[in-house]
Design a protein around this ligand. Structure first.
Ligand SMILES: [Zn+2]
Length: 307
């Protein structure tokens, strides 16, 4: 979903305090929290959380309806109307799994602040609480990232793919603040359908394939030179309908050739002189002619099948 880089800069302005970093490294949630009385908070085993984290949780308890559960799993605080055990399973399962592997794959820096992840159990509660808690009418039925609220707001009833997609964006903001939109969304989209190979996260072919194949067959796809030259505004506002998929499957191609990690790091390092990453792409591919590369890449995409 759309990521607003201007908002991302505001997020980065907040920095962890040292005691919180200590608490983050060691704290883990423990027993099941009751769901009846004021936004029940799952106890944290280990050292007392820092004041900042305690204040954050206290503020959440005030904001959240009394029946909500809160699970602390630094740097995340997961809150929602699903049972505490379900929230904890997500916090310690999919969210932890994804964050650990994303960091290992691409991101040296942990998030510089607590990220609140609101999980609503179905579409009705998602719509109701985004209105009641944030005064917003979401433009997507799945979920979104709000830099203003430093929160992911998700309809978990729609599945976990969007949660993983949105989780990538704050890590990109923390590690490559000037990341071009095509690469930011390409990575986020890549991991919305992911598994692991050993300990490494690996994107899979997913639902974006058929639309991309149709655009290739209809010769409607922009060139990579065009896609990589888009400004963030052009990427989001002038999307011919294929930008996310084209970026995603370029990332998938690089991943399958063992080049994605190197590409992300080198694109970040070269950003000042190569803001869109086109020079880096040519170098990493070992192919100066991107039109020739695109012919081979399109043939590869057309051979892919959705699992
Ligand atoms: Zn996105």
């Amino acid at each position: 979903m759309a990521w607003n880089p201007r908002r991302a800069r505001a997020v980065r302005a907040v920095v962890w305090t040292a005691p919180l970093v200590l608490g983050m490294a060691l704290a883990r949630p423990a027993a099941t929290a009751p769901t009846s009385q004021p936004a029940a908070v799952a106890p944290v085993r280990g050292p007392t959380p820092s004041l900042a984290l305690a204040e954050h949780v206290a503020a959440l308890k005030k904001k959240a309806p009394a029946s909500f559960s809160v699970v602390v799993s630094p740097p995340f605080v997961v809150v929602g109307d699903a049972p505490a055990a379900r929230l904890r399973a997500l916090a310690e399962g999919r969210i932890r799994w994804t964050a650990d592997r994303l960091r290992q794959e691409h991101f040296d820096r942990e998030l510089p602040e607590i990220l609140t992840i609101w999980l609503f159990r179905n579409g009705a509660s998602y719509r109701r609480y985004t209105r009641e808690l944030f005064g917003e009418t979401p433009t997507t039925p799945f979920g979104y990232y709000s830099a203003r609220d430093r929160a992911l707001v998700m309809n978990i009833g729609s599945g976990g793919g969007t949660l993983v997609h949105e989780l990538v964006h704050p890590y990109v903001a923390a590690n490559f603040p000037a990341c071009p939109a095509w690469l930011n969304e390409g990575l986020a989209s890549l991991y919305e359908g992911a598994t692991s190979r050993g300990a490494r996260i690996r994107g899979l072919v997913n639902w974006r394939l058929p639309g991309l194949q149709a655009a290739i067959r209809a010769r409607r796809l922009p060139t990579f030179a065009q896609l990589l030259a888009t400004t963030d505004q052009e990427f989001y506002e002038e999307d011919p309908g294929t930008n996310y998929a084209q970026a995603r499957f370029l990332c998938l191609y690089l991943q399958e050739r063992g080049l994605l990690r190197r590409f992300f790091r080198e694109a970040r390092a070269a950003h000042g002189r190569d803001p869109g990453g086109v020079l880096t792409l040519r170098r990493v591919l070992g192919q100066p002619d991107l039109e020739r590369f695109q012919q081979a890449w399109e043939a590869w995409v057309l051979r892919l099948r959705q699992a």
